[in-house]
Design a protein around this ligand. Structure first.
Ligand SMILES: Cc1ncc(COP(=O)(O)O)c(C=O)c1O
Length: 370
């Protein structure tokens, strides 16, 4: 009865793509807890304070029913203020937030032009959308413009990108894309998942220059640098109201934990009050970049550094060697990344310092060269 599943698993194993859960072991080079907030005393205290003021752990229902809590509304108000948006909508995760926005907002007859490296959550949303979709070469504004020019339909065009790409650590040409969106009256959707909290003034991400624009929608996730959980869609008020009425993952789901909403509010406050976390991280990224250059590896310039290996088996074998030396480094394989680009994804976080980073790179250089 389970034969097809066993066969699929053995095929994955044969292709070097079988995945299994593994415990956290060794120095953190793989989490997205870039600012080390997830385990911070500050956020633990925020949980305690929220519990003391009576904030419930669970929402008990959909936001459209009794699940709507003052903590959600306070968070959304604070988020809109912080990110300079007209309004914000809080989801239990970045994935449902992103897939909901793509599934809900583009209409039949619209076209979504998406960067070929965009996250799985956007793909899932687009699959559910009634709009057409078309992939565009990575980080290539000319390719976006060519596709915009070629669009003959009467519907709206949506441009979909990440600001800081999750697997390559490179940055989208947002200024050019914003100019295209304005020129062609397109909507621009920017996933800030890996930039939120880390980049931009006060950690407001790379879209801070376009804050408040009616044709820009930003996704900020709370489970990465903000150290909590959830997804925040920043958008114009009519679009928020439309999502409240039409987004199935919002309507037919238990609302996010009000306690977590309180925690995320505390994270945003820490982003403003503790610039030293971002400064420390930037210094560590700089240090890592200098060391990588000496090894013949081009630094990404951000806290996400790919070490491209090629074949899935080879990436897994390299990760295992480094794990054996005490570093929690994971191999990333297709379909998460394109064929032939299996890699180690080094995440640079405040859980390590220059000494550990230096040692890890020395150990890496002993078993691998570009
Ligand atoms: C670019 C990007 N967008 C969205 C998500 C989903 O966010 P979350 O982890 O909060 O569900 C991720 C998570 O890996 C991501 O990397």
């Amino acid at each position: 009865m389970l034969e097809i599943y066993r066969k699929a698993l053995s095929d994955l194993e044969h292709d070097g793509r079988l995945r299994a859960l593994a415990p956290r072991l060794g120095h953190d080079f793989s989490s997205n807890d870039y600012l080390a907030l997830a385990e911070s005393t500050e956020l633990a205290q925020a949980v305690q304070a929220a519990l003391e003021r009576g904030v419930p752990v669970g929402a008990g229902g959909s936001r459209l029913l009794r699940g709507n809590h003052q903590e959600h509304e306070m968070l959304e108000e604070e988020v809109a203020r912080f990110f300079g948006a007209e309004s914000a909508l809080y989801f239990g995760g970045g994935f449902p937030a992103n897939s909901a926005l793509f599934a809900t907002l583009p209409q039949a007859g619209d076209l979504i032009l998406y960067d070929e490296l965009i996250h799985a959550s956007a793909h899932d949303g687009m699959r559910m959308s009634r709009a057409e979709r078309q992939s565009v070469a990575h980080n290539d504004p000319q390719a976006f413009e060519d596709a915009l020019k070629a669009h003959k339909g009467r519907g709206r065009v949506w441009l979909a990108v990440e600001s800081l790409y999750s697997m390559d650590g490179d940055i989208a040409p947002l200024g050019d894309l914003m100019a295209l969106a304005d020129k062609y009256q397109a909507m621009l959707v920017i996933d800030e998942a890996h930039a939120t909290g880390v980049l931009g003034p006060d950690g407001r991400g790379l879209t801070s220059a376009f804050e408040g624009a009616e044709n820009v929608i930003c996704l900020h996730t709370c489970g990465k640098a903000l150290g909590g959980m959830g997804g925040l869609v920043c958008l114009a008020k009519p679009l928020k109201d439309y999502m409240i009425n039409r987004a199935r993952p919002f309507i037919f789901a238990t609302a996010p934990s009000p306690l977590m909403a309180g925690v995320v509010r505390a994270s945003l406050k820490l982003c403003q009050e503790q610039p030293q976390r971002r400064e420390r991280l930037a210094a560590l990224v700089d240090f890592t970049g200098q060391r990588l250059r000496k090894m013949g590896v081009a630094p990404s310039g951000s806290q996400i550094q790919p070490i491209i290996v090629g074949a899935p088996d080879a990436a897994v074998a390299l990760a295992k060697k480094l794990q054996a030396k005490g570093y929690d480094i994971r191999a990333i394989r297709p379909p998460t990344v394109p064929e032939g680009t299996s890699r180690l994804r080094l995440a640079i976080t405040l859980h390590v310092d220059e000494e550990v980073m230096g040692r890890m790179l020395d150990d890496l250089a002993q078993v691998w060269s570009p």
